[in-house]
Design a protein around this ligand. Structure first.
Ligand code: ZN
Ligand code: ZN
Length: 215
């Protein structure tokens, strides 16, 4: 694995540790963590911190509502949590294997035009996650965001506003960012991208196609 330059934020790692992320974001975060020693170490620190906070509050008086809510959380458990694993099957990080049901050869791609293909992975509805296959040298349509978008590179690389995102790198986009990621010439770029709201396309054609591709 080449050196990872773009990492998860503390906020995302803490939300992941607390089990507060939608399943689609959980999958992207778990996949990055499985590839990234640095974020795995930071996650360990947040998990230890979470544990010590719980130790300290033990014995304090809590309101009935708080107790009920906490007990409910414990009962419900982290049903959607995906534990990072370091083993990999080919270029496919372990957290992704179950979702794809095998290797990248088993992915059922659907064409988005311009040679770009996607495969939406099954997750809970608050957010969606898809694999994107972008031919080398191809630009994604210029777009903004109505929420958060996490994009993790699995193969190849893309350029975005002067930054390069290679294998293992994660790009975090929000309402403030408008961008046109471009796959580097050469190897096709395969990414895992999660969003919790529709993208805002500027051009008419992608806007028209949007409902069909659930982007
Ligand atoms: Zn990282
Ligand atoms: Zn975007």
């Amino acid at each position: 694995m080449t050196e990872i330059k773009h990492h998860l934020t503390d906020e995302l790692l803490m939300s992941y540790a607390a089990g507060n992320l939608p399943e689609a974001f959980n999958l992207v975060v778990a996949t990055h963590i499985s590839l990234c020693d640095e974020c795995r170490a930071r996650l360990g620190a947040f998990e230890a911190l979470g544990g010590s906070v719980i130790d300290q509050v033990e014995g304090c008086a809590v309101s009935d509502e708080c107790l009920t809510a906490t007990l409910r959380l414990i009962e419900d458990g982290p049903t959607e949590e995906i534990r990072p694993q370091v083993t990999r099957q080919g270029i496919l990080p372990a957290p992704l294997v179950d979702y794809i049901g095998g290797s990248l050869d088993d992915v059922k791609w659907r064409s988005l035009g311009m040679g770009v293909k996607q495969a939406i992975l099954p997750t809970s509805k608050e957010a969606s996650v898809r694999l994107l296959h972008i031919p080398g040298g191809t630009a994604m349509p210029d777009h903004g965001h109505n929420g958060m978008e996490l994009t993790l590179v699995l193969q190849g690389a893309f350029q975005d506003d002067g930054d390069r995102f290679g294998p293992g790198d994660i790009e975090i986009a929000d309402e403030a960012l408008e961008h046109t990621p471009v796959a580097e010439p050469g190897q096709d770029c395969i990414c895992l991208a999660a969003t919790d709201a529709k993208l805002k396309f500027n051009a008419f054609l992608p806007k028209l196609a949007q409902p069909f591709f659930r982007i």
